[in-house]
Design a protein around this ligand. Structure first.
Ligand SMILES: Cc1cc2nc3c(=O)[nH]c(=O)nc-3n(C[C@H](O)[C@H](O)[C@H](O)COP(=O)(O)OP(=O)(O)OC[C@H]3O[C@@H](n4cnc5c(N)ncnc54)[C@H](O)[C@@H]3O)c2cc1C
Length: 269
């Protein structure tokens, strides 16, 4: 059951002119959140925009081990993300969650390869935290346009995550798309190594990752990003096509059937 609260802003960490991390006091939501779930957020009481916007839960904030809040990692692209960028400590933000389905979290017999494009990094803080605690071997394939789009690498390093970093302009790591090192790793995978791929990022990246995983016989879950009106299944604005048993397809609401899907169940073309 999601909680609907007016969360107090604890802190607004501006990481650059586009990215910020907004920490919210939200103990009930934080305590119930599983990795990959999201919250619907509205920082302003006004009518522009009227509706809340979806954001992955980034960090779970704890005090002495007790969940006290959560943060969201936001990229400024429009009105709400502009308000999130400008939010002040002490301000109240409407926050509904946790919502949606979470990533599958396996045990140590399975390696997890996280594939993130840009702000698609957001769900992987909690995934990495949960899986490192279980002794799962983790790799993060992380791509962005340039160096400024790559965030929190030191956090993942501290958890012992192997990093494969790419930028399209070559300013950090390997030049090119994140699918390049991913394909190399899939091709070099030892027989008998069980790998689960988790991916979050723009649609073309997800489609490419899904195809690679299928080609190399690897299970893959993706977090899809659709414009969402309510986050609760009421408005049908976030539908995605999924394969049907008769060879055709039908649509499901990504807010309640997702945002995490088994990549093999989605229609990609
Ligand atoms: C499950 C889920 C989790 C998400 N997690 C994050 C996150 O952790 N961090 C983050 O920065 N963003 C995340 N997003 C995307 C975020 O919801 C949008 O960036 C946000 O809705 C933009 O709101 P706005 O009012 O700032 O932009 P608007 O002013 O509404 O729109 C600005 C531009 O962005 C486009 N746009 C708006 N929403 C989306 C969308 N969902 N997909 C593609 N284009 C869009 C619009 O068409 C327009 O061109 C997530 C989306 C989903 C569905």
């Amino acid at each position: 059951m999601p909680f609907d609260i007016d969360a107090r802003v604890i802190e607004n960490r501006r990481l650059s002119s586009d990215y910020n991390v907004l920490s919210l006091e939200a103990p009930d939501i934080a305590g119930a959140t599983e990795p990959g779930q999201f919250v619907m957020v509205k920082p302003d009481r006004g009518i522009d925009p009227l509706l809340r916007r979806p954001f992955s839960v980034f960090e779970i904030l704890r005090d002495g081990g007790r969940p006290v809040g959560l943060s969201i990692l936001s990229k400024r692209v429009g009105v709400t993300t502009g308000q999130i960028f400008g939010a002040q400590a002490g301000q109240r933000v409407q926050c509904l969650g946790p919502l949606g389905r979470a990533f599958t979290l396996p045990g140590p017999a399975t390696e997890v390869w996280m594939v993130a494009g840009g702000v698609g990094l957001a769900p992987f803080w909690t995934v990495a935290e949960a899986l490192a605690g279980r002794g799962v071997t983790l790799t993060l394939f992380y791509g962005g346009r340039g160096d400024a789009d790559l965030l929190y690498l030191d956090y993942f390093e501290r958890l012992g995550v192997t990093l494969a970093v790419c930028t399209e302009d070559g300013s950090r790591g390997e030049r090119g798309r994140v699918t390049i090192p991913l394909e190399r790793a899939l091709a070099a995978r030892q027989a008998g190594t069980d790998v689960l791929v988790h991916a979050c990022g723009p649609d073309p990246m997800l489609a490419a990752v899904a195809r690679l995983a299928a080609r190399y016989g690897c299970r893959c879950e993706v977090s899809v990003e659709r414009v969402m009106g309510c986050g609760l299944g009421g408005c049908y604005s976030c539908v995605v096509p999924v394969k049907a048993a008769n060879g055709g397809f039908h649509h499901v609401r990504s807010c309640i059937s997702g945002p995490i899907f088994d990549a093999a169940t989605l229609v990609w073309d």
